[in-house]
Design a protein around this ligand. Structure first.
Ligand code: FES
Ligand code: MG
Length: 593
């Protein structure tokens, strides 16, 4: 009301720093934050205290530029009357962490939940980037539910080798085949791969990093246009400053993750994921964030909401271009604008962190390059989403059918009476080591109609879930020009690989899923139209094999190597359920409990 005296809002941080009822605790909470130069007047002033959850470090080079960007975030926070507190997150480096970076997503999540809950923070800037950092931080913000805004570190510059774009990750898959075929040597292989990483930033392809950063924006958790700006560009520093400014206002407005990441926002993100050609890791991570918010979301939703959406973004591995091109074409706002023109964005009125709706933010965005971001009328591919398969092999597994190549269609899907179904004999591998040991052995009898299976690669089997389902064919087939065999497994696939695999099968073999009952040589049938995947044996035979597996003590997987592997294996859920820690899901809105 105009002219009325405004009651100054007391923030959560003042429970620590300004509590006259308990001077002893207040003094203890306060004094150590003074020892590097903060003043008592500042900390007791009632200004909002803003965390900067720092994921950059020497161990996580994709996000390392956040160490620099945080300076601009701090300036933005201070300029709006906030007090910044930067703190480290558990590092997660996708390509450097053994046995797999996915093991650490839930560990980083747990760590950040404790920090956000247990320290005097009124809001937080989430510094996202490399694959698992984005979901880990969004999951923690979801659980704690204090005002939060995400800031991408941005992709690397485009890679180049001999005048051609080399995309991170994708170039490894391509060049490994050339190395196997004897077309290039070891040194050239290394040089080509290194050319794909020419600057600071995350993968410049549409892998899991570009996917998850784009989806963080589509969910409404980043400022519009923020996701695609390459890490070294000046606009990256500028948006870091704007992000710091905006979080202070969000704290005053009490705009929380649960106000932004609604069911509507997730449906928007699923549609954007299809349009950008997003990674098959996205359903795992978005389902996890949703579970921590209490928003219902499952793999059937991904098919229902996302399957029929066309592919618009022409980035490797499905297309030609890389991150700089995506940014110059207009990034996420231009993609959303194209979807809106065709009426394909389901919820233009979903709220975003800038206090406006996604529709208001994006409807006037200009698509600056119609080859990089296509229109819905002239897409790269139709039906770019995922199908959710089920049968006696698993209850849920996803496949990106738009990745099916003409060669693959010819070899597996050529029956005119049954054009969307195929059968083949199974070749089963128990984990990546078994695959590497046997794939090139001629005695295995792998031919161009074989279906390769990878099991023991799920959240419990591996542990954390290995990105190993997209298996390269044996060298003798590659030399004959066979570049991909059908692959199915309970592990994941790198978002930078374009293989048409059936992934994330849940429940995994390690907990007795149907894959544990499969034997090499079994006939398997996949029907893409019906959404089924089955071993073609009798129910009696399935029952007999299950009893045999139980008598043998169940499916065996490697020993734990670290305490966290054992702890997580004891409480982690399956990929279809977001691979969350089951006991964590019931803790929601913890800052307000
Ligand atoms: Fe970090 Fe790809 S390895 S973003
Ligand atoms: Mg990956």
């Amino acid at each position: 009301m105009a002219g009325a005296p405004t009651q100054k809002k007391k923030f959560r941080s003042q429970e620590w720093f300004d509590n006259p009822d308990n001077p002893g605790m207040t003094a203890l909470y306060l004094e150590r934050y003074l020892n590097y130069g903060l003043t008592r007047a500042e900390l007791m002033s009632g200004k909002p205290l803003i965390g900067i959850a720092q994921t950059g470090s020497d161990l996580s080079p994709c996000n390392r530029h956040h160490l620099e960007l945080a300076k601009r975030v701090r300036e933005g926070i201070v300029s709006m009357g906030g007090i910044p507190f930067e703190f480290p997150c558990h590092p997660i480096q996708e390509t450097g962490k053994r046995p797999t970076a996915a093991l650490d997503r839930n560990l980083a999540y747990l760590g950040l939940v404790e920090v956000l809950y247990g320290y005097p923070l009124d809001g937080v800037v989430l510094t996202i980037g490399c694959d698992k950092t984005t979901p880990a931080l969004l999951m923690a913000a979801a659980t704690v539910n204090i005002p939060a805004i995400a800031l991408s570190v941005g992709p690397m510059l485009n890679g180049w080798h001999k005048g051609k774009r080399t995309g991170s990750g994708t170039i490894v898959w391509e060049s490994r085949q050339r190395l196997s075929a004897g077309e290039i040597g070891y040194d050239e292989f290394m040089d080509i791969v290194a050319s794909s990483a020419p600057s600071t930033g995350y993968c410049n392809t549409m892998g899991t990093a570009t996917t998850m950063n784009s989806l963080a924006e589509a969910l409404g958790m980043q400022l519009p246009g923020s996701a695609a700006i390459p890490a070294p560009y000046r606009e990256r520093g500028q948006i870091a400053y704007e992000t710091g400014k905006r979080i202070v206002d969000m704290v005053h407005e009490d705009l929380k993750p649960s106000d932004v990441m609604t069911r509507q926002a997730f449906e928007n993100a699923i549609v954007v994921n299809s349009a950008i050609g997003g990674s098959t890791n996205a359903p795992i991570h978005l389902n996890a964030i949703a579970r921590h918010l209490g928003v219902p979301l499952d793999n059937d939703d991904w098919q229902t909401v996302g399957l029929k959406v066309p592919l618009l973004v022409n980035l490797q591995p499905s297309g030609e271009y890389l991150g700089e091109d995506y940014h110059h074409a207009g990034g996420v706002p231009a993609v959303v604008a194209e979807l809106m023109k065709a009426g394909l964005l389901p919820h233009p009125d979903a709220m975003t962190v800038n206090g406006k709706t996604i529709g208001a933010n994006c409807s006037a965005a200009v698509n600056e390059n119609l080859d990089v971001i296509r229109t819905v009328a002239e897409p790269l591919k139709a039906n770019a989403g995922f199908i959710n398969l089920r049968g006696n092999l698993f209850d849920s597994a996803i496949m990106k059918t738009s990745g099916i190549s003409p060669e693959f269609r010819e070899r597996y899907l050529s029956n005119p009476n049954d054009p969307e179904a195929f059968e083949g004999n199974a070749m089963v591998f128990d984990g990546p080591e078994d695959y590497h040991a046997r794939i090139d052995d001629p005695a295995q009898g792998i031919d161009e109609h074989t279906i390769l299976f990878m099991r023991g690669a799920g959240p419990i089997g591996y542990p954390g879930g290995a990105e190993v389902v997209n298996m390269q064919p044996p060298a003798h087939l590659i030399k004959k020009g066979i570049h991909a065999l059908a692959c199915i497994g309970d592990g994941r696939q790198s978002g930078t690989s374009g293989s048409p695999s059936i992934l994330n099968a849940s429940p995994e073999a390690a907990i007795g899923g149907g894959l544990a009952l499969l034997k090499s040589g079994d006939r398997v049938r996949i029907d893409l139209r019906k959404g089924t995947a089955d071993i073609l044996v009798t129910d009696d035979e399935i029952t007999r094999r299950r009893a045999e597996l139980q008598d043998n003590g169940g499916y065996r997987y490697p020993e734990h190597q670290t305490p966290w592997q054992e702890i997580q294996r004891g409480m982690v859920d399956q990929f279809s359920e977001g691979m969350v820690l089951k006991p964590a899901v019931k803790y929601q809105d913890v800052a307000h409990t």
